[in-house]
Design a binder for this molecule. Structure first.
Ligand code: GAR
Length: 204
């Protein structure tokens, strides 16, 4: 496995994917390559973004497989073709099962739009907004067997303002996602992250 070869799993618009591609292209993440983008939803803008940058873009239809291991084995097969050493979940809206996780444990990173361990799962921004928090944010973390429970790499706080709607808050959080996700990827591909129990040690 080559840690500078990256696969990105997506389900939607792909703005986080774009931030990774941009930071690779402008040299902020040196010597890294997005080799393949895989979507579990057909026709996503994320797939278009990948194609626009000459990156292989693949739709894997979950309905074509009898079960989750079958679906995840197909993803593994595609990833293996590209000698991938880092898998990014960039708005991938499925819980990763053991079939896909086990071979990539410690090499799979997710971006989540809330300050974990608060508000895991879907719609983290809306959950935080509805709860009435005064501060929310985003988290980049290694993926483990739980839902958004893995060791935290970077977090960034975002204030909730008096006139916010959930959408306005989500946009403010997204701006920070686009900063901390590429930063975490840079640290990973430069070998500067060490998982130590629940903690991620950063030597930058
Ligand atoms: C992002 O806000 C990401 O944090 C979130 O989905 C959005 C995807 O946007 N991910 C999750 O909620 C995962 N549970 P994008 O497709 O523009 O990157």
């Amino acid at each position: 496995m080559n840690i500078t070869n990256i696969a990105v799993l997506v389900s939607g618009r792909g703005s986080n994917l774009q931030s990774i591609i941009d930071n690779i292209e402008n040299g902020t993440i040196p010597h890294a390559y997005v080799k393949v983008v895989i979507s579990d939803v057909d026709g996503t803008y994320a797939l278009e973004r990948a194609q626009h940058h000459g990156i292989k873009a693949v739709f894997v239809d979950p309905n074509k497989y009898e079960n989750k291991p079958g679906f995840e084995n197909e993803i593994l097969r595609i990833i293996a073709q590209h000698d991938v050493g880092l898998v990014l979940l960039a708005g991938y809206m499925r819980v990763v099962g053991p079939t896909l996780l086990t071979p990539y444990k410690g090499r799979m990173i997710n971006i989540h739009p809330a300050l974990l361990p608060s508000f895991p799962g879907l719609h983290g921004q809306q959950q935080a907004f509805d709860h009435g928090v005064k501060v929310s944010g985003c988290t980049v973390h290694f993926v483990d067997e739980g839902v958004d429970t893995g060791p935290i790499i970077i977090q960034r706080c975002v204030p909730v303002l008096e006139d916010d709607t959930a959408d306005v808050l989500a946009d403010r959080i997204l701006e920070q996602e686009h900063r901390i996700f590429p930063e975490a990827v840079r640290l990973f591909v430069q070998g500067k992250l060490t998982i130590d129990g629940r903690k991620v040690r950063i030597t930058d």
